[in-house]
Design a protein around this ligand. Structure first.
Ligand SMILES: Cc1cc2nc3c(=O)[nH]c(=O)nc-3n(C[C@H](O)[C@H](O)[C@H](O)COP(=O)(O)OP(=O)(O)OC[C@H]3O[C@@H](n4cnc5c(N)ncnc54)[C@H](O)[C@@H]3O)c2cc1C
Length: 396
């Protein structure tokens, strides 16, 4: 018999949500996290804090993201209410500033409707002005189920609930399939330990490809890191910086490998993305922050400004200057000035090379191991739905 039933590698929101979903099952659950308990630094604590509505992902291309984002959105609001996690259902505007971008709004609207995202509709310029007077737009898509959350408080709440046993400062360094169980070797403050687990769940974020190779050296998974940087400004500084409390996004942008913007109609954008010719970003957006009671605060964040080709642990070298943020948002937020902008934080996101969707599957050779790979944005929003899916895969 194995020492524990479930060993979850990675104590981010995904690993924790899986632990919570497995809590009703019999057997011991252990979450192994390499960071110390008082300094868990990962994607889950360094993200934009947006609760996504699920409007961007087409079911034909990204069925898992499309489904789990919408499901996760509803589960996340419920979890926050039950566990006192600061959050706010602010809604979100995706703004267009010209006719090409208005065409993008129609494409996003069609996807949102296909995904059954509630309440999504297009606003005209006058309607946008009425609710966000400092935003310049010819039209906008309103997604009422979008919101903001205190990501660190969410991770802490997930750690509190459920019945998993947490080991911090514990790095998994090898995993061996012994037939009836897996033997895991860990390093904790210089000490090596070994134990066995019947099931291994790989939820190691940006390192999930390395964990996958420990289980199955032939798996071929590769995660491509990119850095998302964010800045901030204070709304009370001038009337032209005051916001209506919503997330404000431009239309998504695509980039060729040399960094050139793919200035193409929406359907062409989608086919270039499908073919792997461009990479996509949701664009540099404005996001409210929350006080500890969940009320929208004075600070607004601006980001992410994406840097490709960085190392998985490089949070600091060559950060974008304030002028980059100004250029990125000035078309729809003209009241901002460069000296309003302060650098805020950076986080590393990891996408699966050559794949648009998340990978949540049993290992092809070692079926008692489930890999949860390439959980890029909106992975925090989808986390509770990912947990539900992994628990179902394990007990099926
Ligand atoms: C800049 C940025 C902005 C984002 N914005 C949003 C947003 O607004 N909304 C949204 O829904 N999503 C957003 N995301 C995505 C979201 O943050 C991630 O999808 C989610 O946090 C992934 O969680 P995770 O648990 O898979 O990974 P992580 O949070 O990275 O956790 C993985 C954990 O595994 C641990 N680990 C790694 N290797 C080992 C090992 N060998 N042994 C033990 N432990 C190990 C790491 O220390 C880490 O704590 C954003 C991401 C970034 C980077």
């Amino acid at each position: 018999m194995a020492d524990v039933e479930y060993a979850i590698v990675g104590g981010g929101v995904v690993g924790r949500a899986i632990a919570l979903a497995l809590s009703p099952q019999d057997g011991e659950i252990v979450v192994l996290e390499r960071c110390p308990a008082d300094r868990v630094e990962n994607q889950s604590t360094r993200n934009s804090g947006v609760i996504h509505a699920g409007i961007y992902y087409r079911r034909s291309e990204r069925p898992i993201k499309a489904r789990l984002c919408v499901e996760g959105n509803a589960r996340l609001y419920e979890f926050c209410k039950e566990n006192d996690v600061p959050h706010a259902n602010t809604g979100k505007l995706v703004v267009a500033t010209n006719t090409r971008e208005e065409d993008y709004l129609q494409g996003i609207l069609a996807t949102a409707r296909e995904n059954a995202v509630p309440g999504v509709r297009i606003l005209n310029a006058r309607e946008v002005q009425a609710i966000e007077p400092n935003i310049l737009a010819t039209a906008a898509l309103l997604a009422p189920t979008s919101g903001v959350i205190d990501s660190a408080a969410y991770l802490a709440a997930l750690q509190r609930v459920g019945r998993a046993h947490s080991l911090f400062a514990t790095e998994v360094v090898s995993i061996q399939d012994n037939g009836a169980s897996f033997e895991l070797e860990t390093q904790c403050v210089g000490n090596s330990e070994r134990f066995t687990a019947r099931y291994v769940i790989n939820a190691a974020g940006a390192q999930a490809d390395e964990i996958a190779r420990m289980v199955n050296p032939d798996c071929g998974f590769q995660l491509v890191p990119s850095r998302g940087e964010a800045a901030k400004f204070y709304q009370s500084r001038r009337p032209s910086l005051a916001m209506g409390g919503r997330n404000i996004y431009p239309v998504p942008a695509g980039f060729y490998p040399d960094g050139t913007h793919a200035n193409v109609p929406y359907e062409e954008f989608q086919s270039l993305l499908r073919a792997g010719v461009i990479t996509e970003t949701v664009g540099v957006h404005l996001t409210p922050t929350l006080d500890d009671k969940g009320k929208v605060a004075n600070t607004m964040t601006i980001g992410p400004a994406i840097q490709a080709g960085v190392a998985k642990d490089d949070l600091a070298s060559g950060l974008y200057p304030p002028a980059h943020y100004l250029r990125s948002v000035s078309a729809y937020f003209p009241g901002l000035r460069v000296d309003d902008i302060e650098l805020h934080q950076a986080g590393i996101q990891a996408r699966m090379a050559g794949q648009l969707d998340w990978h949540i599957q049993r290992d092809v050779k070692h079926s008692n191991c489930i890999h949860v790979l390439g959980i890029d944005s909106p992975g925090m929003t989808g986390s509770l739905a990912i947990g539900r899916l992994v628990a179902e895969l394990l007990v099926s």
